[in-house]
Ligand binder design. Structure first.
Ligand code: ATP
Ligand code: MG
Length: 312
């Protein structure tokens, strides 16, 4: 559905995108993660055919986005970062215009326009110039524009940026619903979003892929994966009890809330043993939790390791 081969974009000496290759099958939502300036938007622009690569190539549904641009653009919807162009237009005129460009007509045109206006709750702002809309409504107009022709492939650059919590939830639900029969790439800085919508995550920094895995696989790389955390009245006693468990590598106390976390030795499970140790030593805990791993920590570890290598 989407295939990039050694995709690169250089600006003078800057390698904004430096050899990105991946294949994405239908029914998948790929999350693009990475620090500011990593090359996410530049990569997405090239996939969408809005920016010519310095080298490498992209095809969408088998159409090369440069050599076969018209066919590629037909199957593709793209939400660029920031606000839609044509700020002086109203959402109604803008969406009419996009529907014309997309070749929609008759009953289907009406049905698609009604559908996107409904899904993105645009009724109240249809007649107001886009440049005077709030940030979140500009984003919604951009999303409506990207999906109006019901494309097979969607490239969404920070689709939930600026949306209120209710709209974030709705847009994630919309992406999940569309994922059934489409191929979708989203970029985001919100790691919980990766869980909510992505079946695969690519972490990029300095224009290169540093990790390519499912969100669950990434979590297993966290030092919190399979750790056990708890709240106890007697913190020193609890710490002593946890430290005595054979497969516990370290015990840490959170300076803020005094929660204890016991970290397992690599590949070990400690939940049952921790529980037993607490019981046999009569330590009262108000709450005990098996940790699933923290994506934010994995993200930091992977991208900061990349930084250090780059400076070495
Ligand atoms: N037209 C341009 N001319 C020169 N440099 C550019 C141009 N466009 C992007 N860059 C640079 O390319 C790099 C990648 O930018 P890009 O916008 O792709 O990052 P990003 O991962 O989307 O970041 P963010 O999370 O901030 O959106 C940055 O260093 C940026 O300054
Ligand atoms: Mg960007």
């Amino acid at each position: 559905m989407i295939e990039t081969r050694q995709l690169a974009k250089h600006y003078g000496d800057l390698k904004a995108v430096d050899g990105i290759s991946f294949k994405l099958e239908p029914g998948r939502v790929l999350g693009f993660l990475g620090p500011n300036g990593a090359g996410k938007s530049t990569t997405m622009k090239m996939i969408a055919g809005f920016l010519a690569p310095t080298s490498g190539s992209v095809s969408v549904c088998g159409h090369d986005v440069i050599d076969d641009a018209i066919a590629a653009k037909r199957v593709l919807g793209y939400l660029p970062e920031g606000a839609p162009s044509y700020g002086e237009m109203t959402p109604r005129h803008f969406l009419d215009f996009v529907a014309d460009v997309r070749g929609l007509s008759g009953a289907r045109r009406r049905q698609r326009l009604d559908d996107v206006i409904e899904r993105l709750h645009l009724h109240g702002v249809l007649e107001q110039p886009i440049e005077t809309l709030s940030k979140g409504f500009k984003r919604r107009v951009g999303l409506a524009q990207a999906i109006v022709h019901d494309p097979q492939v969607l490239i969404l650059d920070e689709p939930t940026d600026g949306l209120d919590p209710n709209q974030k939830h709705e847009v994630r639900a919309l992406i999940n619903a569309m994922a059934k029969d489409k191929t979708i790439v989203v970029s985001t800085h919100i790691l919980e979003e990766v869980h909510a919508v992505c079946s695969r995550a690519i972490i990029i920094a300095r224009g290169k892929i540093l990790a390519d895995a499912t969100p669950a696989e990434l979590e297993t790389r966290s030092r919190y994966y399979q750790a056990v955390s708890l709240t106890a009245a007697n913190v020193p006693a609890a710490k002593a009890a946890l430290s005595g468990v054979a497969d516990v590598a370290a015990v840490e106390i959170d300076p803020q809330d005094h929660r204890l976390t016991a970290f397992p030795k690599p590949g070990r499970q400690i939940f049952v043993a921790v529980n037993q140790a607490l019981q046999t030593q009569g330590i009262a805990v108000s709450e005990l939790q098996l940790e699933s791993g923290r994506l934010d920590e994995v993200f930091r570890t992977i991208t900061q390791a990349g930084e250090q290598e780059a400076h070495a």
